[in-house]
Design a protein around this ligand. Structure first.
Ligand SMILES: *Cc1c(COP(=O)(O)O)cnc(C)c1O
Length: 452
């Protein structure tokens, strides 16, 4: 640890002086020095001092095809030479954005065939908010403007993204949420598992949507938005009755269903989209992260034919970004998807590596300090507890943070969300590497509780 923080000293000092980090307490970081990551290959990262880490988070849930993919670098370099930039406003288009739109339409859930591009998941959800309101206005129902979301949801960090999200610490800063957004309970069984069954929590959380729709009036509700599996909130896999009930309620009250697929999209749950895994029929999906495996920033909103036709009826949609469909980013996304198809990555995840990861994570359930194991596909969470049957630590957050530090010392990147340890490794992780990941995770958990 000492070593790690003492070298790369010049970079750390400049970083502390000039770089404001996202979601970071700057003085605290300045005191210890940022970890300088300088190289990556496959599922591994190296810091500037040569320490090696298995990346159990795929960067930030995004590097699905792993690091160092020459096919993507070559595609981007060649696109940069050909046409580094042009816009898609003013009745123009360019080859990579056309090819990418068609490719996404081919892969997306049934009936979603048109894509609006942006540069991130946050911008995708900003677009969602404006788009669903504009859709209802275009089909003669301008009162339908409220979007219902969930507590502890994550939909990004812009004004609309953070407002749609249900993260209390984010709402506390900057006067959020903005008007016209309502939050209902999340389908998080662990929080109620002392008194309710999983199915009871599923139906209670779905009923909360119907109750909210009736409270504010269906004629005022534009959409419901949810991540198929909540990621940043703690890898919360909903009870199996949840999404079918949500779907039914949205259909019944004429409310658009938006799946935020920013994490779940592009193979993370063992299908191309979380909507496939959970049998959701969304009207819109937000995508980013795995779309380009993080090699370049790109996101989008894919819309159903019904929504596209409604928008068509509304004339010009006064919305767009300079970098909507950026050619180099579109080329990166195309090359990324080509790798996924050529190497049958989604198929391999579904048939082999995800079941293996879930089986290995399942073995943690018997550990005295693991209160719940959650997961689907290449997502996992180990909920740390003081002891079996005791769900909460006296102080939340401390244990998870300590466990994360042990993980890093043991050469594993695993994130802590309160006291849940979170995993979202690159989709190309092998069974041997999953063994390595689980060994390191177990050792770190043991060390965490040995030192209390
Ligand atoms: C990361 C994330 C976002 C925001 O994406 P950015 O690219 O960071 O703006 C939105 N929704 C979900 C579900 C995410 O995980």
């Amino acid at each position: 640890m000492e070593n790690l923080h003492n070298s790369g000293a010049r970079l750390q000092e400049l970083d502390a002086r000039h770089h404001l980090h996202p979601f970071t307490d700057s003085p605290a970081l300045a005191k210890r020095g940022a970890r300088v990551i300088s190289k990556a290959d496959g599922v591994y990262l190296w810091d500037v001092d040569g320490n090696k880490f298995l990346d159990g988070m795929a960067g930030l849930w995004c590097v699905n095809v792993g690091y160092g993919r020459k096919e993507i670098l070559d595609a981007v370099a060649s696109q940069m030479q050909q046409l580094p930039y042009y816009n898609t406003f003013f009745q123009t288009t360019h080859p990579p954005v056309v090819e990418l739109s068609a490719k996404i339409a081919e892969l997306a859930p049934e009936g979603l065939n048109r894509v609006f591009f942006c540069s991130s998941g946050s911008e995708a959800n900003d677009t969602v908010l404006r788009m669903v309101r504009h859709y209802w206005a275009s089909v003669g129902k301008p009162d339908k403007h409220i979007v219902i979301s969930r507590e502890n949801a994550y939909h990004g960090s812009t004004m609309a993204g953070a407002s749609l999200g249900g993260m209390k610490p984010m709402h506390k800063q900057g006067g959020l949420p903005i008007d016209g957004i309502e939050h209902i309970m999340q389908p998080h069984w662990f929080l109620h598992s002392d008194s309710l069954s999983e199915a009871e929590v599923g139906s209670m959380a779905a009923q909360a949507l119907e109750d909210k729709i009736l409270e504010v009036g269906a004629d005022n509700v534009a959409a419901f938005i949810g991540e198929p599996v909540q990621g940043a909130g703690g890898v919360i896999v909903p009870p199996s009755n949840y999404w079918p009930l949500i779907q039914e309620i949205c259909n019944k009250h004429n409310v658009l269903l938006v799946a935020d697929e920013v994490i779940c999209g592009f193979g993370r749950t063992g299908n191309w989209f979380g909507s496939n895994t959970f049998d959701i029929n969304p009207d819109l999906i937000a995508i980013a992260k795995g779309l380009s495996s993080g090699y370049l920033p790109i996101g989008g909103v894919v819309v159903s034919d019904k929504v596209a036709e409604g928008l068509d009826a509304g004339g010009e949609f006064n919305h767009g970004y300079t970098y909507s469909g950026h050619p180099a980013c579109a080329a990166a996304a195309l090359a990324n998807i080509e790798i996924m198809q050529k190497e049958k990555i989604v198929e391999t995840v579904a048939a082999t590596t995800a079941p293996y990861l879930q089986k290995k994570l399942g073995e943690f359930a018997s550990h005295p300090n693991v209160g719940q194991v959650r997961g689907v596909g290449m997502l996992g969470a180990l909920q740390l507890v003081p002891a079996k049957g005791q769900q909460k630590f006296e102080k939340s957050d401390v244990t998870g943070t300590r466990c994360r530090e042990h993980c890093l010392n043991n050469g594993l990147v695993m994130r802590a969300v309160d006291d849940a340890m979170i995993l979202s490794p690159p989709l190309v992780i092998s069974e041997t590497q999953i063994d390595e990941l689980c060994e390191k995770a177990l050792k770190s958990i043991e060390q965490t509780f040995a030192s209390t």
